[in-house]
Write a protein that binds this ligand. Sequence first.
Ligand code: PLP
Length: 334
Amino acid sequence: MMISYPERLNLAQTPTPFHALDRLSELLRAEGAQCPRVWIKRDDQSGSLTTGNKVRKLEFLLSEALAQGCDTIITAGGVQSNHCRAVAVLGAQLGLKVHLLLRSDIEPQPVGNLLIDQLVGATVSHYSHHEFKKLHQLFDQWQQYYAQQGSKAYSIPTGGSNGTGLWGYIAAAEELQQDFVRENICPSHIIHATGSGGTQAGLTMGFKLLGIDLNVEGYAVCDNNAYFQRKVSEDIQQWAEQYAVPVDVNGLSIVTHDQYIGPDYGQAGPEIFAWIKKLAALEGVILDPVYTGKAFYGMVKDIRQGRYSNASDIVFLHTGGIFGLFAQQQKLDY
Ligand SMILES: Cc1ncc(COP(=O)(O)O)c(C=O)c1O
């Protein structure tokens, strides 16, 4: 099917690399696991400063902002938000003002993503977890503030996950289709970290539109299965209404694994840091402790438990996050 995309900016370094992690598959087989061939889609290589999944969504979101004549972008996230960092960097590249609403209960250290936010000149307002519960009001207040200043602000929800942002991973599904053709494979599962649900929603819809029978497996880094069922459905519904595409949302398979979140969002146990070290040395691929480390660890555990034993090829989508690792580097214990 020919997918007809709305206007987008060319911001991501795509196509991102796609390759097999054969030493990993061998290692798991040597341990006795029935391990399929594991491939990796390197969306961590979507740009050095824009690394990760967010830039794909932002190609569509920022295009919409410019089309609406906006000169300021407001968005929100955790203090080490990769999404906010990508918006800050792209805002500076496009000459847009960026205001970040960041969640933190303690005085944040200017490291990792926050350091980059500051370097590229974003305005940052910090809020406690409690204050962040009224995020909608904060967005409204700042929208009004910028209107009074004679500016026009465009608000992007947490993680860039909404009907417009969803296009990013519809386009990524099409790119993956080309990767599969080139490598002559038909993977049965694609595994990725899910947080605000937009990547999961875009991939689910993308493969559906392309008629590719592939299970999208979101590994949660916060919230539970029921949350993602609702959030992913809502994002797809919003997209379908916004772009007048008929979709039976209830008929879509939305699969989330919520047992690998660990202590909390942003907090990982020693097993995650151990796997970050292991994969880095084994394959030269660096994961992060907030998102990809947890999803990758979950995938490895599920491979060991036989979940993917009938598959010949599976894909891990590396959604970025490396700057978040620098904010927790002491836990690597070198
Ligand atoms: C590195 C990384 N991976 C995965 C995700 C989750 O993506 P999504 O918010 O689309 O669920 C995020 C979101 O913040 C992220 O920064």
